[in-house]
Every structure is written in structure tokens, then in C-alpha cells.
Design a protein around this ligand. Structure first.
Ligand code: SF4
Ligand code: SF4
Length: 376
């Protein structure tokens, strides 16, 4: 459980110092209740928790990454999610934003870890090839740094697909033998917030859930919080009506594209991807990829770079694939299909070829596809 304190400075007062008034703070809490799929009344619980809990310490590690998750997090604004969260949390080590450097920075990290009860946030994959020589910081490999930081941690929170599942660095042929955190660490709760990048709203909501309820959020079999990854893109997509009506984009810029029809034929992986992008959106709710006219590439799914490509080819047949399908059911199918492909053809390339060969095949979802307007 999170300790409660009333004398260690109210969050509200601290927010005042960064120009966030009470109305904005309450609106922020209401938004987070929505992200957490809680009734609006829970905004009061969240506000109370954020005003009274002790700030948990956090060590943010960056390994084989592009820093896109940090960028996404820091660019959030109106109000600055980063400002609010950095005020709610005690970020004791973050290579991109901390002022300290060298031995001073390492000492801050070591002191936080030694005290225990901290969170570890990981961004980027962990290269295990050449004894970890592809990523070293302060003379230590990423594997070593991660294992040391995990000792005594409340949880490890992986932001982005690379730390969650290996991501693009782990795509075939994976020259650095990159893996996600769960391949290196055991015995510590691990939460994956995949996405390329992770959505700042989901990062914030994960911490706020812990601060409000004193517990980590419920997860699916890929260790993703259900509040953010419990529903398919396809099931909340505003273009879904066009899918059901058989109105599909057939070429970029055609009439259907201009009218906002379904992108399934252009390779959209929304039917196979679990993420709350349609409801939370990006850039403070400004828009999201499908809203901007591009299909989902499935960036929050394991091995998306290999399994979801070619990105502009329509999905292959997926047995048991219907509106009632869950992430765990699809995960089981993908695991089986991957194992079968490896056994039969000896590698990821075989899986990719199989996907291409299946392009003309009509899967269950295609069987549901009515004839598009105009007979195309
Ligand atoms: S296929 Fe893609 S664009 Fe079409 S409804 Fe599903 S998620 Fe939306
Ligand atoms: S719409 Fe798909 S590809 Fe785009 S951010 Fe969401 S999960 Fe990733």
C-alpha cells in the first residue's frame, strides 16, 4: 500500500507553483478516471489520493531506444501531463531530463534503489548479444543495470514496445539479440505499456491507479493493463460503421478515403490490435492514426514488426476471429501460428511469406465483408 501523508506538502500547492489551478487539476483527474475506465465519480478519489499520498521514487532507465517514449511523455501538454506526473512522482534518475551527470547521477540511482520501494521505468530493448556490449552505461551492461535496479522495486513499468516485447531492435534478424524486460527479469511485477510510443495518458493512469487504489492494475496475458489494452481498436473505431456497411478504401486518395471509409483493405491491423487509441487518442486527444487516414500497424502487439507486416496488406485469415475475441485468445492463436511457421519453414521469413501467400485468402473477417459500394 502507498503511505499517506498530510504534512509533506500538498500536491495542489505544488501544482500551483507550476501554474496548474484547482479546476484544471480536477479536470485532469476526471480525464484519468476516463482513461482508467472508471465512473466519473472516481475523479474525487483520484484527486484525494494525489493530494495525500507520499511521492513514490522512480528510476527511468533508457537502453536500446529512440527516446520516443520520453519525447511523447514530455510533449504532452494542456495541462502538462509531464509536469503533473513529475510532481506526483519523485523522478530520481532519468538520463534524458536530469541535470546530474556522471558519478553524481549514478549515485542518485544507487541511493534510490538501495532504499527500495521504488518504481523502475524501462524504455528500450535490452541487447544480450556479445555479453551486453551493444549497450553499456557507466561501464555496466543494460542487463546488469536492469537486474540491479529491479532489486526491491514495487514494479517495473515498461514504456513502449521495445522494453515490453523487444520491439523494432528485436525484429528479424535481431543483430543485437535484443529482448524485452520480461526475458531478463523475474520475481518483480512487470507491467507492459507497449506502443510506438507508449501513450502518455496510459503511463500516467498506471501510476495514478497505484496511488489511488494501492494496487497495480489488472493485466492481460501480455502483462498489459486491461484499462488500456482490453479492447480491440476495431471495436471502438469510428470507421467501424463503414466496415459493417462494406464501405472500404481501395486506393489512397480515392473517394472512400476522402469520405473516411474503413481502411481494412489498405492493411489496417485494427481488428487484431488491442489498444485504447480510438478513445484516448494522441497529442492530448487531438487525433490518432486512423483518424488521420492511415491504418493501424499494430504497434502495441508483440513482434508487430515481423507479424504485422506487410503493413499495407490486408490481414490473413484468423480462425475464431470475431467481435467477441479477446487479446488472450488472439495471443494463443498467434503463438500457435508462430510456432507452426517456425517448425514448418524455419524462421520469421517463412511466417512473412505465409502472410503474403494468404493475402488473397478469405478469412472469417473477410467472409463477413459485404460487397463494397460500386462493386469494387
Ligand atoms: S479495419 Fe481498421 S479502419 Fe476499419 S473499422 Fe477496423 S480498425 Fe477501423
Ligand atoms: S492506431 Fe495502432 S499503430 Fe497507431 S498507435 Fe494505436 S496501436 Fe499503434
Amino acid at each position: 500500500m502507498v503511505d499517506s501523508v498530510l504534512s509533506d506538502g500538498m500536491v495542489e500547492e505544488r501544482l500551483d507553483s507550476i501554474g496548474v489551478d484547482r479546476r484544471t487539476f480536477l479536470k485532469f483527474c476526471a480525464t484519468l478516471a476516463g482513461v482508467l475506465a472508471l465512473p466519473p465519480a472516481y475523479a474525487r478519489n483520484i484527486a484525494h489520493a494525489l493530494q495525500t499520498v507520499r511521492k513514490p521514487s522512480l528510476v527511468w532507465l533508457e537502453f536500446q531506444d529512440c527516446a520516443g517514449n520520453t519525447e511523447s511523455f514530455l510533449r504532452a501538454s494542456n495541462p502538462s501531463v509531464a509536469d503533473l506526473v513529475l510532481d506526483i512522482l519523485s523522478v530520481d534518475y532519468h538520463e534524458t531530463i536530469m541535470a546530474a551527470a556522471g558519478h553524481q547521477a549514478e549515485a542518485a540511482k544507487d541511493a534510490t534503489v538501495a532504499a527500495g520501494g521504488h518504481f523502475v521505468v524501462v524504455e528500450g530493448s535490452i541487447p544480450r548479444g556479445q555479453n551486453g556490449a551493444y549497450c553499456t552505461i557507466g561501464g555496466k551492461s543494460a542487463v546488469q543495470i536492469l537486474q540491479e535496479a529491479a532489486v526491491g522495486a514495487v514494479a517495473i513499468i515498461n514504456v513502449g514496445t521495445c522494453s515490453s516485447f523487444g520491439g523494432i531492435p528485436a525484429a528479424s534478424p535481431n543483430p543485437t539479440a535484443a529482448v524485452g524486460v520480461s526475458a531478463v527479469i523475474s520475481g518483480v511485477p512487470i507491467i507492459n505499456l507497449p506502443g510506438c510510443p507508449a501513450n502518455a495518458a496510459n503511463i500516467t493512469a498506471t501510476f495514478v491507479h497505484y496511488l489511488t487504489f494501492g494496487a497495480l492494475p489488472a493485466l492481460d496475458s501480455e502483462r498489459r493493463p486491461l484499462f488500456a489494452y482490453g479492447a480491440r481498436i476495431h471495436d471502438n473505431c469510428p470507421r467501424r460503421g463503414h466496415f459493417d456497411a462494406g464501405q472500404f478504401v481501395s486506393e489512397w486518395g480515392d473517394e472512400g478515403h476522402q469520405k473516411g471509409w474503413c481502411l481494412y483493405r489498405m492493411g489496417c491491423k485494427g481488428p487484431q490490435t488491442f489498444h485504447n487509441c480510438p478513445t484516448v487518442q494522441w497529442n492530448d486527444g487531438t487525433n490518432w492514426p486512423i483518424g488521420a487516414g492511415h491504418g493501424c500497424v499494430g504497434c502495441s502487439e508483440p513482434n508487430f514488426w515481423d507479424q504485422m507486416s506487410p503493413f499495407y496488406a490486408r490481414l490473413p485469415k484468423v480462425p475464431g476471429f470475431g467481435v467477441e475475441t479477446s487479446a488472450d485468445a488472439i495471443g494463443l492463436w498467434l503463438a500457435g501460428a508462430t510456432a507452426a511457421a517456425f517448425a514448418a519453414h524455419g524462421g520469421v521469413k517463412a511466417l512473412q511469406r505465409r502472410g503474403e501467400e494468404r493475402k488473397p485468402a478469405r478469412g472469417r473477417i473477410e467472409e463477413q465483408e459485404p460487397a463494397p459500394e460500386g462493386g469494387k
